[in-house]
Unconditional design. Sequence first.
Length: 573
Amino acid sequence: MARILIVDDDEQVRASLSSLLEGSGHECQVADAPGSARTALENSAFDLVLLDVRMPEGSGLEVLRAVTADSPDTAVVMVTGADDPEMAAAALALGAFGYVLKPFSPTEIEIAVMNALRRRELERERASLLRELGETVAERTMALRIASEQLAAATGESRKHEEDAFARLQHALSIRHDETGRHVERVGHLAELLGRRLGLSGDSEGLRVAAALHDVGKIGIPDALLLKPGRLSPEELSIVQRHTQIGYRLLSDSHEGVLGMAASVALSHHERWDGEGYPRGLRGDATPLAGRITAVADAFDAMTHQRVYRPAFTEQEALAALREGRGTQFDADVVDAFLGALDEVHEVLERFPEGIEGRISLLLVDDHRMFAEALTSFLAGQEDILVVGVGGTIEEGRRLTREVRPDVVLMDFSLPDGDGVEGTALVKAEYPAAKVLMLTGSPDPDTLTRALQAGCAGYLTKGGPPGQVIEAVRQVMAGESVVPAGELAALLRGVGRTRRGLGTTITEREGEVLQLLAEGRSTEEITDRLGVSRHTVRNHIQRLIAKLDAHSRLEAVTTAVREGIVTVGATPA
């Protein structure tokens, strides 16, 4: 629980607050004036300060200023007997997390403390993730700058060096939003094909490189927007549309050669033939030909591949959309060239098929937008994890699970339309193979037991370091349990009993493995205990998962306990 400093000149108030909060498991220290409060803060670290506004020896606002300046990780809730809106506004402006009026009920204080501590944890998580994000973006920006300079300096005699620089440039920009690396490769090759058809000849290969960088500016757009399911608000759409100008600025150091063409494409590939596009509203051939070509290649490829905000179109639906946009959204000559080259288009699609083989597909369900954005950006830096969607409600999580069928669902416990346990049950009903990891602010045993019964593969505390999320996702995909071994038995003892008749074909050796799993033993520990190979233990576990109609080892263990197949706490024979 939390360490709390109570600052109030009224001894009775100090005593009642200490008794209430210590009864809830918190550790409390008291101070009767601003001076003694500052001394306590200098000598110890606190999670929260409950601070009286008006005291004989000075104002609580002085202490609030000191806390926000010197101890930014400490939350402050102001407590006052005066209903003064101006004073409340001043306290909140200085960084207070809450404002409670005397006389207060125990419930009011407990809610204020709980909310302040949760907000403190969210702010700390956000700061940590944003630091990680800042480091990642700095690395990408430096790699982008180096690769851009090399690409701009390449000449016809050093084509190999140019290709190497381009490859590094793509790698530097490999943020995983609503599109994959395969998308940019296909767009580049489709643009090169159209360039040849339209007589660009020698420039068509350069167009391939330039077109593949059309969305480079998305490095500056929050992943939470790029991965948002459903329709964007007008404000959100305007933010996403800035990627054209961001891309242009990133690539416009040189106005010559491939890099100059890439800058032009980044800026112009969302212009329309009828002048209704963005960012400049260019009409007709005022848009550079390279941009008009990329617009058609990008639109067709985006339509024919699944996005988090919609399912894929069939090829015939996408071709019908190109025909419908001929002469309004798209240059008619470019559309005609595309329709006349469908055999070659199919060859490009076959060379660069969509797929996430070797990567863990992950769906994040969390309504805290800044946390979701920072976590998504952090996950984007992992070579073996692909974020395939972000939702802010249980209903969005259900829909996205149905559409993208993720390997892992990272589910927040507190959501606007229910809790993470309900969400887990509904997600598992949509796609039983999904492994659900629950994010919780405080690991309450009753909640965690309910989570196990709903089919959770484990849980994480939101206050942990970002790297803990990566490790947990990898663990659960490897079949490991993401619950501390020392806590598993206590949680399993609380699960309800069922009579599904499962496990009748479990062998004696499989029963031994199952009992050890219920004790929280790892694969390595079971290997040592039974004197068999790791491969043999893994095979036993996979058979147990199948026989118990489960999709993870933790789900199998929970089912076994509920069915009475194993007894929690017993020692295997």
